[in-house]
Design a protein. Structure first.
Lengths: 118, 898
């Protein structure tokens, strides 16, 4: 069961899963096309996913227990849409990843590299 | 309700089947929804780029899902038993395909056309005999018996329900006076139970509606509801006028329901009992549903025995009565077991052609494999078994073949959907094109797709395993040991045979294809005496007020008088419309398909031999030529004096066209000469017809305008119903069409104008078919050309590269490059010339089997020379490149070559 594991064990997250979890954390349950548009917007246009790739990613995150399928809102006109939401496990993994990045950002050598890259 | 999805979205929906079933079930609908939403939001170029990107994404998803799934399984299996195929093979194979894109492209091109093309006969059968799209639709049967069936149908035990329908156009008139014919059916209430389809609103027809004198009710189809009642939610209970009679709408059927053929509204079938007893009542379709446990054969046996027993007339040997029960769709498409057998007989020939295509691809793969013998021997040295190496080569060609089949199926789906659409044109009930049953869908079926994938495996075996076995044979390994690295595979005599066969096939097939295609191309040099784009046209149809009137001469005379009155009034009304220059009526109009008959000319020497000239015929109104604005070039026009007596016996005046004078009469003055139709056997010869006039070319044979000879017979008003009506309006005929319909329905509410359009758009099945065949031939020829070019190039350059060592030695001992090139060229030339000789012989034989008409206009000897020259050029180029390469290598290097 993934829940018994330590969130640190599955780190680091790759950019797409990380961004996807972040979006679900902030926006609540969403369907595929909405996620696609958010990913595109938040990545500054660098992440563009077609249906197959996106639903493969969703399937994988679901298998890993990071997200789960969510109920369709009552006013949803298109019955085919699938909504997904964050699980508690997903929330703790996302938090752990955020902590990891924040800690990383505090390392002086990393800061120096980042300044150079700018 | 969502709008009807665009074709692209449906295409994507169909393409989803390449996903593994589990993934497709879980995610398919959501993916489709996402695709559709994005498709609708995108615009312009962005939108155009979206489909290919989404399809590629789909292929990638399918591949990755399958690899992951089979990968985890296969790895485990391999650890257990050292299995032959692994996901690594698949990865390597994919890499190989991208590494040699040229070869991949040629092979994919060949197989993606070859595989679907070879499935056309099977696919057609599958489509034509597909069950009706209703619950347990395969148990719905068609019943071929006389109409006295209604008296005894209750006694059948093998059928749990029987029904009947009669399909015909009905003139539906809107509140605002708009009139349009809509195809509909008078149908028994039982039909709806048999089909097990419920209305989306209101009710279906009931048995009480069938009682004569019951209120007039109608059930309408979804399209009629949308187009004529604007989708009004309160449509049930409203009234529509059909001809003169108001009908209450009692129900609306679902969108895809168009039973029995392609019908959009349903009225109760009220058959007069007297008709039924006499077995009369017109052309009524009968159908039923097999009872539980009953088979088609049992139903057929039971029905035949009863039908023949109760048949109330003595058997007539000239018109044998054969009651029959068949599948409903088979009955409607007229497909019987003999037809099926015929189609299946063609299939092996087509598979043989596919095998040739595969052989070509195989040649390419063999030539490539030969360059990899170093890799193969290395793998063998490292301990790979022969089967292991063959398996890898097989997976390579399998991936190639499956990808090609998938691509081909996708193309097949696009073409199939287009064909379906061109048959049906649109779902607009007013634009209905007669004769295309609603369930026909030429798109890819599950059966076709699965056969295509099996064929892909077959192709992979021919094109992959055979070369692989050859490349890994024991002799090859010995050769390698002797000569170190480099190619150890010898194609030798096999290569010469392959080159000769390749060249022969290309020259022979291309000569025939080119000749046929040239013969089919329309000749634009024959101008027409009228300009079809200036005419609006449509079919004027006047349904008879009482359908049983056909049985009654008196009523028929009445009905003819009514038709004549409507025809004449329409002509007069149109003549005074502003902008109208003339009106012409006939059973055919210019550019349409015309019936063909055989005629002989009085005094012609060939009369005795009962041979005849094939000519086009048409029956036209006496004002036809005047209405079209076609000048009578010689003699006189028809007049009412030509209309005395009955059509076939007493009326002997005909008008012929200039092509008739030229080809049939051989020039001279045609006026007063007589012709008659050819009769066979003991048949009484028909009357002689006297030529009274000559007109110019009026598009009687658009498929072959050079053979346009034809003759026109006069008909009296009212003798033809329905009748094609052309109105000369000059520019923009389309804008006149609503007015044409309006005038017709003003004259008589029952009169309708069907299939209105501009005359240059008139459908001509023959011309369309010709275009398709020409296109197909051109396409096939291109494939043969590209394939044989590529195959030849691969073989030639391979055989030359085999002689690298020889070239090295010659150069080392001081031979001049020109001598070496000449030596190599001589051998290649011999092979090519041998191939061309065989090819020309094959081509001449094939062309000699074609009829004169199909080779018309084609200068085939010249074409053959051109094709032979082209093939020769490719062949010589193919050996020039490797020869020059070999000459550039230093002799010492060359000597190290195999």
């Amino acid at each position: 069961m993934p829940r018994r594991r330590n969130p640190e064990d599955v780190l680091p997250l790759k950019p797409k899963p990380f961004l996807l979890l972040l979006i679900l954390q902030q926006e609540g349950p969403l369907h595929g096309y909405a996620i696609k548009k958010e990913l595109h917007a938040r990545s500054g246009g660098t992440i563009s996913m077609d249906p197959g790739g996106l639903y493969r990613l969703i399937a994988r995150l679901e298998r890993d227990g990071l997200i789960r399928s969510a109920a369709r809102p009552a006013d949803e006109p298109d019955q085919r849409r699938q909504y997904v939401a964050m699980t508690d496990w997903g929330r703790s993994v996302l938090a752990a990843e955020a902590r990891r990045i924040a800690e990383l950002a505090r390392v002086p050598a990393v800061q120096a590299l980042a300044r150079e890259a700018r | 309700m969502r709008p009807h999805p665009p074709m692209v979205v449906r295409l994507y929906g169909r393409a989803l089947w390449i996903l593994p079933a589990r993934f497709r079930e879980d995610r398919g609908p959501a993916m489709l929804a996402m695709f559709e939403e994005e498709w609708r939001e995108r615009r312009g170029w962005n939108r155009a780029a979206f489909l290919p990107s989404a399809l590629l994404d789909l292929v990638r998803t399918a591949l990755l899902e399958r690899i992951e799934r089979s990968g985890s399984g296969a790895r485990a299996r391999e650890q257990r038993s050292g299995s032959m195929l692994t996901w690594l093979d698949l990865k390597l194979a994919l890499r190989m395909l991208f590494k040699q894109p040229g070869l991949t492209l040629v092979a994919v091109f060949a197989l993606s056309v070859g595989i679907p093309a070879s499935l056309i006969p099977i696919h057609m059968l599958d489509v034509m005999s597909a069950p009706l799209p209703f619950p347990e639709g395969d148990r719905i049967v068609g019943i071929g018996v006389r109409n006295d069936f209604f008296l005894w149908r209750e006694s059948l035990t093998t059928l749990e329900g029987t029904g009947a329908a009669r399909s015909s156009p009905f003139n539906v008139i809107s509140e605002d006076g708009r009139a349009a014919p809509i195809q509909g059916a008078e149908i028994t209430a039982s039909a709806f139970q048999i089909l097990r389809v419920s209305p989306i609103a209101g009710r279906v027809l009931l048995e009480s509606d069938e009682v004569p004198g019951a209120p007039d009710v109608v059930v309408i189809g979804y399209d009629v509801w949308q187009s004529r009642l604007a989708g009004d939610p309160g449509a049930v209970g409203s009234t529509i006028r059909i001809g003169t009679v108001p009908h209450e709408v009692v129900g609306i059927m679902p969108e895809d329901f168009m039973f029995p053929i392609r019908d959009f509204l349903w009225l109760p079938l009220r058959t007069a009992p007297a008709d039924v007893e006499r077995g009369l009542g017109g052309d009524i379709l009968k159908f039923g549903r097999l009872a539980d446990g009953a088979t088609l054969e049992q139903a057929h046996a039971e029905l035949s025995s009863i039908a023949l027993r109760v048949a109330n007339e003595p058997p007539d040997p000239a018109r044998p009565y054969r009651p029959r029960v068949t599948g409903y769709t088979a009955m409607m498409t007229g497909l019987d077991s003999d037809d099926m057998a015929g189609w299946y007989r063609i299939q092996p020939i087509i598979f043989a052609l596919l095998a040739i295509v595969c052989g070509n691809v195989g040649t390419l793969i063999l030539a490539r494999t030969a360059t990899r013998s170093g890799e193969i021997s290395l793998r063998t040295a490292l301990g790979a078994s022969r089967s292991r190496v063959v398996a890898q080569l097989f997976v390579e060609s399998l991936v190639l073949a499956v990808a090609s089949a998938g691509f081909g199926l996708l193309m097949g789906e696009v073409i199939g959907t287009r064909v379906t659409r061109s048959l049906v044109s649109t779902n607009d009930p007013a634009a209905f094109f007669e004769g295309a049953p609603f369930w026909l869908d030429f798109g890819v079926t599950v059966k076709t797709a699965s056969i295509a994938l099996s064929l892909a495996v077959f192709c992979a075996v021919i094109a992959g395993v055979l070369p692989a076995l050859k490349a890994t044979g024991a002799r090859v390994q010995q050769n390698l040991q002797k000569t170190g690295m480099g190619s150890g595979i010898r194609i030798g005599f096999g290569a010469t045979a392959l080159i000769v066969a390749e060249v022969a096939l290309a020259v022979g097939f291309l000569s025939m294809g080119g000749t046929l295609a040239r013969g089919l191309l329309p000749d634009r040099s024959a101008p027409m005496a009228v300009e079809p784009a200036e005419f609006a046209y449509g079919m004027l149809r006047i349904p008879s007020a009482d359908r049983t009137a056909q049985e009654n001469d008196l009523a028929e005379a009445d009905s003819r008088a009514r038709v004549a009155r409507i025809n004449e009034t329409l002509k007069q009304r149109l003549a005074v419309e502003p902008g109208v220059r003339g009106v012409a009526m006939g059973d055919r109009l210019p550019v349409m398909y015309h019936d063909r008959e055989e005629v002989v000319v009085e005094g012609d020497q060939r009369e005795q031999a009962f041979e005849g000239y094939t000519v086009m015929t048409a029956r036209v109104d006496v004002d036809f030529f005047e209405g079209l604005g076609a000048r009578i070039q010689n003699g006189r026009d028809f007049s009412t004096a030509d209309l005395l007596g009955t059509i076939d016996r007493d009326r002997t005046s005909v008008i012929v066209n200039t092509a008739f004078v030229e080809h049939v009469l051989g020039g001279g003055n045609p006026i007063g000469r007589r012709v008659r139709y050819v009769t066979y056997g003991d048949q009484e010869p028909g009357p002689w017809y006297e030529i009274v006039g000559v007109v110019g070319r009026l598009g009687m044979n658009e498929a072959n305008p050079q053979r346009d000879e034809g003759l026109y017979h006069p008909v009296a008003p009212g003798e033809l119903n329905p009748i094609w009506t052309a109105v000369h309006v000059g520019e923009d005929p389309m804008s006149f069409l609503p007015r044409l319909r309006q005038i017709a329905s003003e004259i008589d509410p029952g009169a309708m104008i069907q299939y209105p359009a501009a005359l240059d758009q008139a459908p001509n099945e023959e011309r369309t078919a010709t275009r398709w065949i020409t296109l197909l031939l051109a396409f096939l020829s291109t494939i043969v050309l590209v394939l044989s070019g590529a195959g030849l190039y691969a073989l030639m350059s391979y055989t030359v590269s085999q002689r690298t060592r020889e070239i090295g030695i010659r150069t080392a001992v001081g031979a001049r490059p020109a001598r070496i090139v000449a030596a190599i060229g001589r051998r290649a030339l011999l092979q090519l010339v041998a191939g061309i000789t065989v090819g020309v012989a094959v081509g001449v034989y094939l062309i000699s089997m074609l009829s004169d008409e199909s080779t018309r206009g084609a200068n085939w000897p010249l074409m053959m020379v051109a094709i032979a020259g082209f093939v020769l050029l490719i062949g010589m180029l193919a050996c020039l490149a490797p020869t020059l390469r070999a000459l550039r290598i230093r002799p010492v290097e060359a000597l190290r070559h195999g």
